[in-house]
Design a protein around this ligand. Structure first.
Ligand code: NAD
Length: 475
């Protein structure tokens, strides 16, 4: 591996090697182009002790100073977006436009928490005699995945640091560069040694080691429901507070009055971003029967025209999937649905040649027991089905164990009311998709997790609220 890229660990303010390495692969070519350091148990112990050693000074540092470091890091990161986006695109497979857009969101998140650090750390008066005093909970173990590594790291690091908590971050081994760029921006901005530690390695070993330490007070994780439950069990031993952002299987309800010229491109854009590997991507489209044929024809047409290709080609609209596991998962979901009688309207098979390319795929006539209606697809697969009444649409929308996001297209007040109230999801959007931002809380219900990221609530996850009674009695 000549000229290979090597990514290191960052422990106690120093970039360093680990005890071994793991390879990093380009999903567009299936070639290994670099390696990432793997932490040993003693590296993790050093990360724990340096985080704990920095805790007191960081938590007692004025919150305004903490905020200023985050704002400085945001500005440094903003100057690096061009190169950082290229790295992200090479190892994740997302297009350059997607990678650049993701970094813009990471910068915005660092800036938002930097700006609000002081206000959200301030004591809150509670009547004439009482005060609520937010206090940082202590060392955070943060685990981030490979689909949106830049923005998801920012959504964990920024609020934890603003609240006054040191962090041990486990970046995604398959997409390590985002963690490297963000941690380096924090280092250059003057984050004290030990306040941010970055590790990579064998995920199960790292989580078990960190969560078995009483030094860690908060677990924050984004990933699958199965892993989230496993980590919550580990965290139970030390009663570590958990923020779990888990899977999703988001419905879109397209009502009879929906404007298809808005709905179809909006669904397509959000669905096929990052090759569908997004926890809140729409995956089950329910269409009012009178619009069904027209919707399906337009949606299939748009999906077929999406330009698939290398992520560094600026004309590419959808890159490869991030790894071979996702392609295998797509194959299994489509085969299972087709075996049960579903129809493939477009896509449905891996593209030839090197690279983990899977085309936009639309399935219809999918029986209710098909896996694709229950397992999170986490890829460019959509199911489309007709409905006759709003009640039926709500029942179908709720027919998975997930409850992360839901989307509705209608102008009718009654339908909006029924859908907003009736569909179980952490976030719903009307005539609009997307909806995740730095300034607002976002979190799941049901098996999509608990706790919030974003906004004030995203920072409160890292604080205890100390109730101070009887202030009047002290004069
Ligand atoms: P996976 O379940 O093995 O891993 C998901 C993430 O969790 C990865 O980042 C992985 O490094 C991490 N992880 C796995 N085991 C861990 C452990 N014991 N301790 C700490 N971290 C651990 O599956 P995968 O193939 O990497 O991803 C596919 C599935 O993960 C998808 O089907 C999707 O449901 C889910 N996922 C969700 C999100 C999200 O944004 N909610 C992001 C990535 C993956």
């Amino acid at each position: 591996m000549s000229n290979a890229t090597t990514y290191q660990l960052f422990i106690d303010g120093r970039w360093r090697d680990g005890s071994g390495t793991l390879t990093v692969t380009n999903p567009a070519t299936e070639t290994v182009f670099g390696s990432v350091a793997a932490a040993s148990a003693s590296d993790l112990d050093e990360a724990l002790s340096s985080a704990e050693a920095s805790r007191r000074a960081w938590s007692s540092r004025p919150s305004k100073d903490r905020g200023e470091i985050l704002i400085a890091a945001a500005r440094i990161l903003a100057t690096k977006v061009g190169d950082a986006a290229k790295d992200l695109s090479r190892e994740q497979g997302k297009t350059m436009a997607e990678a650049t857009g993701e970094y813009a969101r990471a910068v915005e998140t660092l800036e938002w928490y930097g700006t609000h650090a002081e206000e959200l750390s301030a004591p809150i008066p509670h009547g004439p005699n009482r005060m609520i005093v937010p206090e940082p909970l202590g060392v955070v173990a943060a685990f981030t995945p490979w689909n949106y590594p830049a923005v998801l790291i920012a959504r964990k690091l920024a609020p934890a640091l603003a609240a006054g908590c040191p962090v041990i971050l486990k970046g995604a081994e398959e997409t390590p560069s985002a963690a490297i760029h963000i941690v380096e921006a924090l280092r250059q901005a003057g984050i004290p040694d030990g306040v941010v530690n970055l590790v990579f390695g064998v995920p199960a070993q790292i989580s078990e080691h960190l969560l078995s330490s009483p030094i860690v007070k908060v677990l924050t994780f984004t990933g699958s429901t199965a892993v989230g439950k496993h980590l919550a069990k580990l965290a139970a031993n030390n009663l570590q507070r958990c923020v779990l952002e888990l899977g999703g299987h988001s419905p879109v309800v397209v009502c009879e009055d929906a404007d298809l010229t808005t709905a179809v491109p909006a669904i397509s854009e959000y669905k096929f971003e990052c090759a569908g590997q997004s926890c809140n991507a729409p995956s089950r489209i329910l269409v009012a029967r009178p619009l069904y044929e027209e919707f399906l024809s337009r949606m299939t047409d748009v999906a077929r025209k999406i330009k698939i290709g290398p992520p560094d080609d600026l004309s590419t609209e959808m890159g490869p999937m991030a790894n071979a596991r996702r392609v295998e998962a797509m194959q299994l979901l489509v085969k299972d649905a087709v075996d049960r009688g579903a129809r493939v309207e477009t896509g449905g098979a891996r593209l030839d040649g090197p690279g983990y390319y899977w085309p936009p795929t639309i399935l219809t006539g999918v029986p209710k027991d098909a896996k694709v209606l229950h397992d999170e697809p986490f890829g460019p697969i959509l199911t489309v089905a007709p409905f006759d009444t709003i009640e039926e649409a709500i029942e179908e929308a709720n027919a998975t164990e997930y409850g992360l996001a839901a989307y509705f297209f209608t102008g009718a007040t009654e339908a909006k009311r029924a859908l907003i109230g009736g569909v179980s999801a952490g976030a719903v959007s009307v005539n609009y998709l997307k909806g995740v931002s730095a300034d607002a809380p976002y979190g799941g219900v049901k098996q999509s997790g608990y706790g919030y990221e974003g906004g004030e609530q995203g920072l409160r996850s890292f604080q205890s609220l100390k109730l101070v009674n009887g202030l009047g009695s002290f004069g």
